[in-house]
Ligand binder design. Sequence first.
Ligand SMILES: [Zn+2]
Length: 107
Amino acid sequence: MIGRVASIFPVIHNTQSAHEVLDALGVCGKKVYKSCPKSCPVCQSKVFSTLELIGVCSTPVFWECDDCGALHCRRDRQWIENRIDRLENLWTNPNDWEEPESKNQLN
Ligand SMILES: [Zn+2]
């Protein structure tokens, strides 16, 4: 099975909420598949890759159908959305980031 890695930063930029991010990625429903689905509920394909999202989790969070591209959750959808929400806060307010250099100058 192929393991793919994707960045969701471009998607986050164009969406309002983590829920929308998952919809934009093509996540299919809320059902959690702890092991690879036998066949894709959308197109019945039996060929899947795993998909890891950079910054969200260090292990893949989705099974991706190789034929139609539908994503099926490996973890609870709400858990994934919470992780994306945290990422989004970091991403949308880069001006709020602390700068370690200025701290060092004080010492
Ligand atoms: Zn499919």
